[in-house]
Design a protein around this ligand. Structure first.
Ligand code: ADP
Length: 402
């Protein structure tokens, strides 16, 4: 019998589904793709098999069920269908696992019901994740399906860091606490950074900066997360592409009472019209850097606010950890934007944090050090791979179960 080594990773968003079929023998991608604009007239499926041509389908995908059925057809056309004996499991990215899910979890009806009960704390994400799970279970009811939670890696954050200083009864009633997100990436990157340093994660303290369109920092001690910058929702913390990150909660009352904005308008403002886009009109760091380089004042301010917040978090997490062995940059901005890395670490040499300009300027897709040889703290760039981490966790769980 063929050994089943393939894991299908599904990331279902509100109007999109991203997928990767990963071979756990070597982490290679047998296929990858996405369906976007589900429920709209101009739907699009892009399928990239490891062997053969990339295929695009432009049509209406009425809902997630139609979108996943179309993905299944594309995979079947490559002999990699959901019915393939090579498929060991399906791993689902689930954004919010609340306090219940601190580890990857084999999905059954009760688990789906619990993810549903968490919708009030993740109204934008968990509903889409549930639809992805339900459609995939209907397509392959016999196959192990595993939920991997974005919050799980942060479940070890101590109460002192996870608790908001508000009335405790109200907080408990509405499950208000700091959960953190991007956990799968922080977990993957902190382990990959330990490998890069040739050290055991158990003996390392590090600050991981995941800077994508969304952005978050975490403090990881001995492989365990002890602090993270996102909170009840992904709005808290660093400046992001379209989110404000930390802001005085009082501005919500001010904009409502004095500015006359509704709660929904403020929600939209802080989540979609703030951060880099709010400050300069562009949420893509490439554009911000290009414009700032041409002397554009708005773009320069956006860059300055972004890196000021980053530096502040590096300092804060240094204090949380007491000793720092590594500062690690990852995700689109962290992996590619040398000026952000340089500015975020500028002026921190008294803390042992230094960036070597020549190493920082190297463009590479590999994990690498950018600190000088004499640096007390290793500064590293480590590409993240959330899909591979989800596949690994799902595969490990299925194998433990057998
Ligand atoms: P997501 O959060 O959507 O997964 P990514 O981790 O892919 O995001 O990061 C996307 C962001 O990375 C883009 O919005 C852009 O700002 C930034 N980015 C990508 N490439 C570069 C680059 N070469 N230089 C600067 N920023 C980049």
């Amino acid at each position: 019998m063929t050994e089943s080594t393939l894991v299908l990773v599904l990331n279902a968003g509100s109007s999109s589904v991203k997928y990767q079929l990963i071979d756990m023998l070597d982490g290679s991608r047998a296929a990858a793709g996405l369906v976007e604009r589900i429920g709209e007239v101009n739907g699009r499926l892009l399928h990239t098999p490891a062997r053969g041509e990339r295929r695009e389908r432009l049509r209406v995908f009425a809902d997630h069920a139609e979108a996943l059925a179309a993905v299944a057809e594309e995979l079947a056309a490559d002999d990699l269908g959901l019915g393939s004996p090579g498929l060991a499991a399906i791993g689902h990215r689930v954004v919010h696992g609340g306090q219940r899910f601190a580890a990857p979890t084999l999905i059954d009806d009760e688990v789906v019901a619990e993810i549903r009960r968490l919708i009030p704390v993740a109204p934008l994400h968990n509903p889409a994740n549930i639809v992805g799970i339900e459609v995939a279970r209907a397509l392959r009811p016999d196959l192990p399906q595993v939920a991997v939670f974005d919050t799980a890696f942060h479940s070890t954050v101590p109460e002192a860091a996870a608790t908001y200083a508000i009335d405790r009864k109200t907080a408990e009633q509405h499950r208000v606490r700091r959960y953190g997100f991007h956990g799968t990436s922080h977990q993957y990157v902190s382990r990959a950074a330990a490998r890069l340093l040739g050290r055991d994660p158990a003996e390392l303290n590090m600050i991981v900066l995941h800077l994508g369109n969304g952005a978050s920092a975490s403090a990881v001690s001995g492989g365990v997360c002890v602090e993270t910058s996102m909170g009840l929702t992904p709005l808290e913390g660093l400046v992001m592409g379209t989110r404000s990150g930390d802001a005085d909660p009082g501005l919500v009352f001010h904009l409502h009472r004095v500015g006359g904005l509704t709660i929904d308008e403020i929600d939209d403002l802080l989540n979609r019209r703030s951060g880099l886009v709010g400050l300069c009109g562009d949420n893509d760091m490439r554009e911000v850097l290009r414009r700032a380089g041409e002397g554009d004042g708005d773009a320069q301010l956006a860059f300055d606010v972004y890196v000021h917040r980053l530096r502040k978090y590096i300092g804060a997490y240094y204090a949380v950890l007491g000793r720092v062995d590594a500062v690690v940059f990852t995700a689109g901005v962290g992996e590619n934007a040398a000026p952000v890395r340089e500015a975020a670490c500028a002026g921190l040499s008294a803390l042992g944090i230094e960036v070597d300009p020549a190493l920082n300027a190297v463009r590479s897709g590999a994990a690498r050090l950018i600190s000088p040889d004499h640096g007390r703290v290793a500064v590293a760039v480590v590409p993240t791979d959330e899909e591979l981490e989800i596949a690994r966790q799902a595969f490990a769980l299925v194998h433990d179960d057998i």
